[in-house]
Design a protein around this ligand. Structure first.
Ligand code: FAD
Length: 290
């Protein structure tokens, strides 16, 4: 199933993102989360690739397992990091043979310890180059990409970032998924600017339920997402109370999702961090109201 056919404001699609675990314990947690969230019948799930392309083999294995064993549509994240076009072609052939229809094409984060992204020798510098490469090869994937309502952290200006996004979409993307945000105004404003710039593909909001104070501080520092003042104060107040923190995170994300759905988003992509309870509570609450 091609994801572009599931993105529909009159029947929005919920999707869940996972990362390949590094340890046996991590693997057990992932399987539990997957099993739990599968009962919510997601439109699709996606599996990230570690910074610098570090988990490609695991990412592909996990996508194939989810698709073949759990029967859930699974999308592979493939980054430009650390891999040559020839290696990419081999991976694409494998995914295509296994009937994986969807790929999220990314430049990727720089590997640990590096602050600047460096392409592999002969590799791609920007996600748009990889999109073009895949489109020029004889494949029939549905391709997604990343976008940034508050602007990508490296970009000198949001207008530049939008121009680059337009070029990436024009290279052959079918949809885009946003970076996490905590204030819907950023999303609505971004969609309006994107439409004005001639970007017409579905723009799927990415939502991360807050469950941990330190973690969310680290993520927002890395990706540049703004935590609205009121939410920041509330988080500060409950930072030593994990249960209250989780409740606050679920409540905030649920309200965000309700507004997004009421204004016609084509789907919502949840950054689950391989944990199910928060996402389960949010999706159950949203379904109960529809
Ligand atoms: P690009 O679209 O290539 O953009 C990167 C930067 O270059 C931007 O600032 C852009 O404005 C600029 N740019 C683009 N084209 C040009 C040009 N022609 N000239 C000059 N500047 C240009 N990271 C991972 O490592 N693994 C993952 O699995 C992963 N999954 C993600 C999923 C989602 C939904 C999102 C939103 C992000 C994800 N990321 C992941 C993070 C992402 O890889 C980083 O944000 C990365 O820094 C940028 O990736 P990109 O694909 O958006 O890059």
């Amino acid at each position: 199933m091609k994801i572009r056919n599931r993105l529909n404001p009159s029947d929005p699609c919920f999707s869940f993102e996972f990362f390949p675990p590094r340890t046996d314990e991590g693997e057990a947690n992932l399987l539990k989360a997957l099993e739990d969230l599968a009962t919510l019948q997601p439109g699709f799930v996606s599996v990230t690739e570690g910074a610098g392309g570090s988990t490609r083999a695991k990412t592909v294995e996990l996508v194939l397992r989810i698709k073949q064993e759990a029967g859930i549509e699974a999308m592979a994240h493939l980054t430009c990091g650390g891999h040559s076009p020839a290696e990419l072609r081999t991976v694409l052939e494998r995914l295509s043979a296994a009937k994986v229809d969807n790929i999220l094409v990314l430049r990727g984060d720089p590997p640990k310890g590096q602050t600047v992204f460096e392409p592999a020798p002969g590799g791609f510098r920007y996600a748009s180059e990889m999109v073009r490469f895949i489109r020029e090869e004889d494949f029939n994937f549905c391709l997604g990409g990343a976008c940034y309502p508050e602007g990508h952290v490296e970009t000198p200006s949001r207008d530049d970032d939008l121009r680059h996004l337009k070029a990436k979409v024009d290279a052959g993307l079918d949809f885009v998924v946003t970076q996490l945000f905590f204030d819907n105004a950023f999303y609505f404003d971004f969609v309006e600017r994107a439409r004005r710039a001639g970007i017409n593909v579905p723009i799927v909001p990415g939502i991360m339920p807050i469950t941990n104070y330190e973690q969310i501080q680290r993520f927002t520092r890395l990706c540049g997402a703004t935590v609205p003042m009121r939410l920041a104060l509330q988080l500060e107040r409950v930072k030593d109370n994990p249960e209250a923190m989780a409740q606050l995170g679920v409540a905030h994300a649920t309200v965000q999702c309700m507004e997004l759905l009421s204004r016609g988003v084509p789907g919502i992509h949840f950054y689950t961090l391989n944990k199910s309870p928060a996402t389960r509570m949010i999706v159950s609450a949203l379904r109960a109201r529809s």
